[in-house]
Design a binder for this molecule. Sequence first.
Ligand code: FRU
Length: 509
Amino acid sequence: MKHYPIKRTFLYNLLLLVVTAVSADAQTTTPTPQWRPAYHFTPPKNWTNDPNGLLYLNGEYQLYYQHNPFENKWGHMSWGHATSTDLVHWKNLPVAIPEIITKDTTTWIYSGSAVLDKNNTSGFGKNGKAPIVAIFTADQPTQKKESQFIAYSNDGGLTYTQYSGNPVIDLNKKDFRDPNVFWYEPTKQWIMTVAMVDEHMVRLYGSKDLKAWTKLSDFGPAGYTKNGWECPSLLPLIVDGSPANIKWVLLVSSGGDHGPLMQYYVGDFDGITFKNSNDASKILTVDYGDAFYAAIAWRDAPRNKNTLLGWIQNGRQETYPWEGQMSIPRDLSLKTTADGIRLIQQPAAVVKSNLGEISAGVTVVKNKVLDESDSPISGVGNSNSYWIEAEVLLKAAKNAGFKIVQNKLKPDNDITVGYDSEKQELYIDCTKAEKNNKSAANLIQRMPLKPVNGKVKIQLLVDRSSVEVFGNDGEQVITTQIYPEVLGTGAAVFGKGSEMSMKIWDMSK
Ligand code: FRU
């Protein structure tokens, strides 16, 4: 059966959805190039889920990822590996940490993080060269056990040696996973956040050498607790652009009511405890769509950027010869709003500032007054891979926005990405094109968005099988998966009476 990796905790909800989709073990072998993203990461072949071990090293973004090296479905979990200097073009490298199979045990390499141990606190360094240390969950399916392991690399992250003293943390638990580690200078120690899945808690540990870990504190339960917590990480973020004003954000993934959910908590961290600034009942969501999950940020990125990468999932169609893709990397910051301090997410500056180079060309549209209901957009290319930055002056229009994946042969089979000025919501309406691929609850996805001086800003990133919509410079985001037909590549704007300015990059290069 097709395996959706928010396994145990979320599995039951998903099973209900999946039952209609694919029959047992019937894996497709029909290539689906029309769904292979052009500017989002996918493995060359076979399965991926969570991003792992995101580390910026010697001018390169290291990406490890949950990978099945043998099949196009979840299993044999190992760390796949790729590097990039621009977060768009990836150099694919051999599997960095393979599953461990011994006579008595299979150990799967679940999610985790990687650090450059600059001062060789671990002692794994060689010939004066700092080691890279990966910290991850060892999942032993037959023992029904998860514990935390470390492994080190002396060749710049290409290959890893398992530490002979593993596990470094073992609570004899079945669901205890996804360690994320960073260096905390004030107390000069490594800090780990790791999920106590069924307790809906994040446990914090400290270590001087990455080998011996001491419990510091627990956070939670708080916020959304209906499903098991996974992939926690803690990040210091700048508030309102002022570097002296730092708040910490704790990110947690879990199944939500209608699919994957990523929550965040804003608070303070004193080296021991994360203190939530909001009431424990407050739920803040990273993404309003049904597809963004297990995101973590690159450690040590230039200019102290915290750039988040998530796995886009929840699709019901199979793709071949790969399955699973990453989101557009997002630069994170915090902003004080009338409701409190909120997360701002922008497509990474590294990518955005380079669009001219990466794209096949840009088209600029200024103050286009929309006088008919559908007005085709030129400049999107012909393969559903484009990036639009738009400002919509709403005027009389109640609804304005985009129609995408239009197919001349099936005129009534498109997706609307629109703004509803009465409800003050941005929405993706997939009721026509994706009715077999999404649960009824997810056919229309919405996020709140207030106009500023009668205008809304929409960044629309379409990349063959994904749609990401950022509202008002990253105040809110919706990510979802789509499976357009080969001929469904047209795009148009609509919203009679509104005025639109746009920049459109054809990303099909
Ligand atoms: C999240 C997750 C993690 C786990 C990994 C296994 O999608 O379930 O909790 O480490 O995937 O592939």
